[in-house]
Design a protein around this ligand. Structure first.
Ligand SMILES: N[C@@H](CCC(=O)N[C@@H](CS)C(=O)NCC(=O)O)C(=O)O
Length: 198
């Protein structure tokens, strides 16, 4: 199993974390995005979108979309990260929410502060972020983890984009339950490995 990633990518962070949480030992391959390696035929054969993360399986098939990738990785072992129960639907609920609402809300701040996109409407971005952060914060008010009573792949999915909250000035003030939840994720070795990869 090979995991094609780019170290600074929050979507890759999810996969690196789950590889580490599960001690899967998938080989991590850094794709040279700045030099366009993801647009070359060899990579496009694995993922026609030209995006990372992409999982290359031992039977030469491949899988893309970070949340599908991490759930697939977690099926390699018996793990509470991806429990064999209806909790999977709650996990997927948060993963669809992350892709549809949370990542777009966070990405506006990344666009402004990492890619220097001055056309970002910051007040509108802050309003959008707060709208969805309130949903997450409210859910976490009475919980330690997003689903059930231990970490699942949903926590990796939803936490990943928060790695840029400080340099990109996400309006985190008042979302204390998100901060508490994130603190316990950031203290895990898997988060630290994702900080160092590449
Ligand atoms: N929805 C996809 C998004 C993947 C994605 O946008 N990856 C970015 C890095 S975070 C990428 O590969 N960008 C390179 C490009 O689009 O050229 C997922 O969750 O895997």
């Amino acid at each position: 199993m090979k995991l094609h990633i780019f170290p600074e990518s929050p979507n890759a962070r999810k996969a690196v974390m789950i590889n580490e949480e599960l001690a899967l030992g998938a080989e991590v391959v850094v794709v040279d995005l700045p030099n366009g390696a993801h647009k070359q035929a060899e990579f496009l054969a694995l993922n026609p979108n030209g995006k990372i993360p992409t999982l290359e399986l031992d039977d030469c098939s491949s899988l893309w979309e970070s949340n599908a990738v991490i759930n697939r990785m977690a099926t390699e072992v018996d793990t509470s990260l991806w429990p064999k129960s209806n909790a999977r639907y709650e996990i997927m609920q948060w993963q669809f929410w992350e892709t549809a609402h949370w990542t777009p809300a966070c990405s506006k701040f990344i666009s402004k502060h990492i890619f220097n996109n001055d056309s970002v409407d910051v007040p509108a971005a802050e309003e959008d972020f707060r709208r969805f952060a309130a949903v997450l914060d409210g859910h976490l008010a009475s919980r330690e983890w997003l689903v059930g009573d231990s970490m699942t792949t949903a926590d990796a999915s939803v936490s990943a984009y928060l790695c840029y909250r400080q340099p990109c000035h996400y309006p985190m003030e008042g979302f204390d339950d998100i901060s508490r939840w994130l603190g316990q994720i950031e203290s895990r070795p898997s988060w630290k490995v994702a900080n160092l990869v590449g």
